[in-house]
Design a protein around this ligand. Structure first.
Ligand code: ADP
Ligand code: ADP
Ligand code: MG
Length: 666
């Protein structure tokens, strides 16, 4: 076995690999870019080597720098993880030329599967069914259009060098073909440097079911059953599970044996995945699965296979690369229970799943499930790399139990400092069709409206926000006071007094009145609404139990200088704190200045000096934390001065605009 390996990757997968290496007594070397100096994979590894600036081309994709780091530290082998250099045959050659072991397949195996068209030709020759289509050499639009017509619409055009869901176009009608082909070719060229495309029949009711295979240097190949990755958004996986719902033993062995045949055909060594597209229009049938592509590396979703087989696939990779035979034979492998994995990303679901960045001011996962993550609280999601925060992995005795556990685990997960897809994932877990196991790759797109619907705001949400902004729910998560009733509720200080509280919620300025009636009992009035009485009680785990007279909810509060984040029911509320100095009991004097509630970028200024404005009118739009916030006029008046323009970067408390009374009312 190796004594020391280098991991040519970052984030969760680098951390994951370090864990298994350590369990086998192998020392680890991390490599990192300047943006990752404080990253978890760097801190976890025994040694770490800086390999360049943040841009991947000059760090994680720089083969020479990585080989230098291996030489310098005396690492004997390199684990590539997934992405980056993991499927780059030239890198494998370079690793071997440097006298090191590549923890993965041979360069020839990778080459054989690198281009989708060539891979399909080979698989066909090996007796593995492929999706009907055209994967020949001709690339002119006339030939390809004629082939598309022969195959029959709808068809899928794929860049042969594509990956990660890029370079694909679905075409429904002949008249749209030429434009779609041009688009796929362009994307193939710009993303992968290869414009060539193949055409496939678009499989109806498509399900993505893939088989984990493993080969060793002695020529043994086994399969570790299937994963269903049909829950996809734009051809990218969102939630994966193992085994596949509705799988029969006959179909499983047919697919497993086809996958082993495919791996044997290219003398495959190490972990690999054969992806099949399955026509699920008539249930799972042995004559309706087709080879799509092979990923010649560890897959992002490998943990669900680990969960149901009880095996450590990274440990298998290390053993096989060191020359040991596979730890188990086919007949020794069995499926235990059901597993799911959800990919938690920093992304803005409301804005078309736009990747987001930010410092994770708070990050909390339930202890009972497996979390594969490369970040901890306080770390930053940077724009340079994949915005994945974590993979949440659950395992239960049955599919229903595991899915319940996933929903629960996501519900227990708290992230602040960036927007995430957490609420979307939670909703997906409650999708009735998904719960019944009726999955196909179109499910998410079909029900996107429902899946991205905002859960209703609990009636107590804004009153609770007012208490939090007013400092009555002191940030308790990290340093809870020992006595539940000892929190600073302010009652003895200003008890009978009505306090004005202002904050920004979803771009709107909210005015509230808070009066403390007794210890832990407050009356809150939002705007001109009726007063609600809230009883609050501190919980030992750092949250608050709030009773509004109708029911109770647990609320967790996180305060930063600019914002208060509330986790309440299914919702995360990010509240902008208005400069406390601007808070006044007398509205008329307090609102001449429009103040930015948080640091951000001015996106729009809707009025100029001299304009008359009315209460509630949007005057300025601020982009902060990847979200837009409208700053509105707090009363009728005339604009005296505008201090910012579009593109101005403002700090919290920055005065963006001044109002003066309307001339005629003076
Ligand atoms: P998987 O089935 O493992 O998600 P994909 O083919 O979707 O496989 O992507 C392979 C992996 O390559 C992804 O997990 C991702 O980490 C990485 N990857 C995909 N696209 C890119 C990219 N543009 N830049 C860097 N890494 C990428
Ligand atoms: P990538 O290399 O980008 O992962 P794949 O060939 O694996 O590309 O396809 C990605 C996804 O596109 C699949 O998981 C599936 O959802 C969909 N897909 C691919 N081929 C077909 C097809 N012939 N019919 C229907 N859907 C397909
Ligand atoms: Mg794929």
């Amino acid at each position: 076995m190796f004594e020391k390996i280098l991991i040519a990757n970052r984030g969760e997968i680098a951390c994951r690999i370090i864990r298994s290496a350590r369990a086998l007594g192998i020392a680890t070397v991390a490599v990192y870019s300047e943006a990752d100096a404080g990253a978890q994979h760097v801190l976890m590894a025994d040694e770490a080597v800086l390999i360049g600036p943040p841009a991947v081309a000059r760090s994680y994709l720089d083969a020479q720098r990585i080989l230098d780091a291996a030489r310098q530290t005396g690492a004997q082998a390199i684990h590539p993880g997934y992405g980056f250099l993991s499927e780059n045959p030239a890198f494998v050659d370079a690793v071997q030329a440097a006298g090191l072991v590549f923890i993965g397949p041979s360069a020839d195996s990778i080459r054989a599967m690198g281009l989708k068209d060539e891979a399909k030709r080979r698989m066909q020759a090996a007796g593995v069914a492929v999706v009907p289509g055209y994967h020949g050499a001709a690339q002119d639009v006339d030939t390809l259009a004629a082939e598309a017509a022969r195959i029959g619409f709808p068809v899928l055009i794929k860049a042969r060098a594509g990956g990660g869901g890029k370079g694909m176009r679905r075409v429904e009608r002949a008249e749209d073909f030429a434009a779609a082909l041009a688009g796929a070719q362009r994307e193939g060229q710009s993303s992968f440097g290869d414009p060539a495309c193949l055409i496939e029949k678009y499989v109806t009711s498509p399900r993505h079911i893939e088989i984990q295979v493993f080969g060793d240097q002695q020529g043994n190949v086994v399969y570790l059953f299937e994963r269903d990755c049909s829950l996809q958004r734009r051809h990218q996986k969102v939630i994966e599970e193992a085994p596949a719902p509705g799988m029969t033993p006959a179909m499983r062995s047919a697919m497993g044996e086809a996958a082993v045949r495919a791996a044997r055909a290219i003398d495959y060594v190490g972990a690999g995945t054969i992806e099949f597209i399955v026509d699920g229009s008539d249930g799972l049938r042995e004559d309706r699965f087709y080879f799509m592509e092979m990923n010649t590396r560890l897959q992002v979703e490998h943990p669900v296979t680990e969960a149901i087989t009880g095996q450590d696939l990274v440990a298998w990779q290390l053993r096989v690369a060191a020359g040991e035979p596979l730890p188990m034979q086919q007949h020794e492998l069995a499926i235990d229970g059901w597993a799911f994995e959800a990919r938690l990303y920093a992304e803005n679901v409301d804005k078309g799943f736009l990747p987001a960045t930010g410092q994770l001011t708070h990050l909390r996962f339930p202890a009972a499930v497996r979390i594969d993550s490369g970040v901890v609280q306080g770390d930053r999601i940077t724009p340079y790399y994949d915005p994945m925060i974590a993979k949440v992995i659950v395992h239960g005795p049955t599919r229903a139990a595991a899915l319940n556990q996933l929903a629960w685990a996501l519900g227990q997960t708290e992230v602040s400092g960036s927007v995430t897809n957490l609420a979307f994932l939670e909703r997906l877990c409650r999708h009735p069709g998904f719960a019944r196991g009726e999955v196909d790759t179109g499910l998410i797109a079909r029900d996107l409206g429902w899946l991205t619907e905002k859960p209703a705001l609990a009636p107590m949400a804004l009153p609770v926000a007012a208490l939090a902004v007013h400092g009555l729910l002191v940030a308790a998560t990290d340093d809870p006071p020992a006595d539940p009733w000892q929190q600073a509720d302010g009652w003895s200080l200003w008890a009978p007094h009505r306090q004005q509280v202002r904050f920004v919620h979803e771009g709107e300025l909210v005015q509230a009145q808070v009066s403390t009636l007794a210890a832990g009992r407050h009356e809150v009035r939002i705007g001109d609404g009726p007063g609600v009485t809230l009883r609050v009680r501190f919980l030992p785990d750092g949250g608050w139990r709030v009773d509004d007279g109708q029911g109770q909810q647990t609320v967790r509060v996180l305060m930063t200088r600019e914002t208060v984040t509330l986790f309440i029911g299914e919702r995360v509320l990010v509240i902008g704190r208005v400069d406390p100095l601007a808070v006044s009991t007398d509205e008329a004097t307090a609102t001449d200045q429009l103040v930015s509630p948080m640091p951000g970028l001015i996106k729009m200024v809707a009025a100029g000096a001299g304009d008359a404005v009315s209460k509630g009118q949007v005057l300025v739009v601020l982009e902060a934390m990847k979200m837009e916030h409208s700053l509105t006029a707090s009363r009728d008046g005339e604009i005296a001065e505008v201090m910012v323009g579009v593109g101005t970067q403002v700090e919290e408390g920055h005065v963006v605009l001044a109002l003066k009374p309307l001339p005629e009312t003076k």
